[in-house]
Design a binder for this molecule. Structure first.
Ligand code: 5RP
Length: 217
């Protein structure tokens, strides 16, 4: 079974959490694209979606799914999104697709975070995947120096501008043993919009695509 087939299985499995008449929080990435495609089959049974990126918005609209502005919605039952890494405590690294800030906002609005991944994303300790940090452009060098003080090796993601007009620093060589504390520390640096650590608001349900089917934990 390929990695993409495992992503697809996890994306399709998330459909069972979608309730009729609801507005669904939708993340970003190749795994979520499978969920969006599956959601298309339910488009007449839901009110629509709140999206975490321009890319997901376009895909949702192409399928005829109504996309609401986050400001129009008081709450969401579920938010479905992928991750770059997830540990046993359901803390995640996200932002490989540079959509981390909007993802964190939509996740915050939702009651339940359904994380959909393939089995390559499960880790004991977060940090092998370089940790994305969205930064206001004028603060890029300052934030990079502060990240070095925290033990990381930040690298400017060349040529990428986020949907919010900011830049991304990817931080290498961080062994993140205390994800909540690290999330708070990095978010406190002036010029950081948000870090791609989702620990203070982690996942609630994890659906993992494996060669033996979708595992839920
Ligand atoms: C985008 C994300 C994605 O959820 C993460 O990068 C996983 O992507 P994929 O499903 O393509 O492996 O955080 O900002």
């Amino acid at each position: 079974m390929t990695q993409d087939e495992m992503k697809k299985a996890a994306g399709q499995a998330a459909l069972e959490y979608v309730t009729k008449g609801s507005i669904v929080g939708v993340g970003t990435g190749s795994t979520v694209n499978h969920f969006i495609d599956a959601l298309g089959s339910m488009k007449d049974q839901i009110q629509g979606a709140v999206s975490s990126s321009e890319a997901s918005t376009e895909r949702l609209k192409d399928l005829g799914i109504n996309v609401f502005d986050a400001n129009e919605v008081a709450s969401l039952d579920i938010y479905v999104d992928g991750a770059d890494e997830i540990n046993a405590a359901k803390d995640m690294i996200k932002g490989g697709g540079a959509a981390l800030t909007r993802e964190k906002i939509v996740a915050a609005i939702a009651e339940k975070f359904i994380c959909i991944v393939d089995n390559t994303k499960e880790v004991d300790v977060l940090g092998t995947f370089p940790l994305p940090v969205e930064v206001i452009p004028m603060a890029r060098s300052y934030v990079a120096r502060e990240l070095v003080k925290l033990g990381g090796d930040p690298c400017y993601r060349q040529g990428v501008v986020t949907d919010n007009g900011n830049v991304i620093l990817d931080v290498y060589n961080m062994e993140i043993t205390e994800p909540k504390a690290m999330e708070d520390k990095i978010n406190a640096i002036a010029g950081v919009v948000t870090v791609g650590l989702f620990a203070n608001r982690g996942a609630d349900v994890v659906l993992v695509g494996t060669p033996d089917g979708v595992k839920k934990w």
